[in-house]
Design a protein around this ligand. Structure first.
Ligand SMILES: [Zn+2]
Length: 70
C-alpha cells in the first residue's frame, strides 16, 4: 500500500492538481496538500481524486508510469 496526496497548486489551472506519492521530492512544501488515502495501486487513487477534482494530473517524478488523465 502507498499513501497518495494531491498537491492543489494554483499555478496549474489547465492540468489540475497533481497526485503525488508520499515523500515525493517535487511536493512543494508551501502548497496545501490533501491526503487522498492509502491505496494498493495508483489507479485507485486516481479514481478517488476524480471524484473530488474536475481535472487531475500525475507527478512525472513519483508516478512516471502513468500518463496524465486530464
Ligand atoms: Zn511527485
Amino acid at each position: 500500500m502507498a499513501e497518495f496526496f494531491v498537491e492543489n497548486t494554483e499555478n496549474t489551472p489547465k492540468t489540475g492538481p497533481q497526485i503525488h506519492k508520499k515523500d515525493c521530492r517535487l511536493i512543494v512544501a508551501t502548497q496545501p496538500l490533501h491526503y487522498l488515502g492509502s491505496f494498493s495501486h495508483v489507479d485507485a487513487a486516481i479514481e478517488k481524486a476524480k471524484g473530488r477534482y474536475h481535472a487531475i494530473s500525475l507527478c512525472p517524478k513519483c508516478l512516471p508510469e502513468k500518463t496524465p488523465t486530464a
